[in-house]
Design a binder for this molecule. Structure first.
Ligand SMILES: [Cu+2]
Length: 151
């Protein structure tokens, strides 16, 4: 009796191994759902110890368009939160101006509603990076972020 059970177990193991080819077979019903696609610009959480850096996008009463701050430092793991205050603006890390970025973030859409935000993770290598507002770059709405390693 005991011997029969043992042979059955051995046979089952052999069968499983032959079938699965060493890989664990997962029944279709327990396949985890695909991770939801992250919408570009949607709110991000900084890495542990990281922070959210708010960059305001404004058009003042004189018609001056700018990022505030326009020059700042960030650490890997931080999040840059481009926030519309007034006017209509976007943020764009131009590939041509940031050649050390293997995959520059795509240009954001135009933000039009005050309070609207566009988050970009600081997952860049160390270095200095250029960004601009496409409609207002020639009017000086540009900025730089200097990215440093996390301490
Ligand atoms: Cu602008």
């Amino acid at each position: 009796m005991k011997r029969a059970l043992l042979s059955l177990t051995v046979a089952t193991i052999a069968l499983t191994t032959a079938c699965g080819g060493g890989e664990k077979e997962t029944p279709a019903t327990t396949t985890p759902p695909a991770a939801p696609a992250v919408t570009p610009g949607s709110p991000l959480t900084p890495a542990d110890g990281g922070k959210v850096i708010t960059i305001e996008m404004t058009t003042d009463e004189k018609g001056v368009n700018k990022f505030t701050p326009s020059e700042f430092e960030a650490h890997q793991g931080d999040v840059m939160r481009f926030t519309l205050v007034t006017g209509v603006h976007n943020v764009h890390f131009l590939a041509d101006s940031n050649r050390t970025l293997s995959s520059p973030p795509t240009a954001s859409p135009l933000l039009q509603l005050p309070g609207q935000t566009y988050d970009i993770a600081v997952d860049f290598p160390e270095g200095r990076y250029y960004f601009q507002c496409d409609p207002h770059a020639l009017l000086g709405m540009i900025g730089h972020v200097k990215v440093e390693k996390r301490d």
